[in-house]
Design a protein. Structure first.
Length: 72
């Protein structure tokens, strides 16, 4: 789904589905790798949800594309 979002083919439902799957995995498996796979997904959706929504709405374009450069 992430590759699809980045490629400009994402759907708004993808973000909810990603979070739902990650939440269902975390804490519900005896394998530590299950939790380890869920945490990055939960984290980037928690911290960067507006950016992913923008990418879906703008067919894969990054929110920073076309922004004026900031002088240091």
């Amino acid at each position: 789904m992430l590759k699809r979002i980045i490629a400009g083919q994402g759907r708004s439902e993808d973000l909810g589905l990603l979070m739902d799957v990650a939440n269902r995995i975390e804490g519900h498996t005896i394998c530590a790798l299950g939790d380890a796979a869920a945490w990055p997904v939960q984290s980037f959706l928690k911290h960067f949800l507006p950016e992913f929504q923008y990418m879906i709405e703008h067919k894969g374009r990054s929110i920073v594309e076309g922004q004026p450069a900031v002088a240091a």
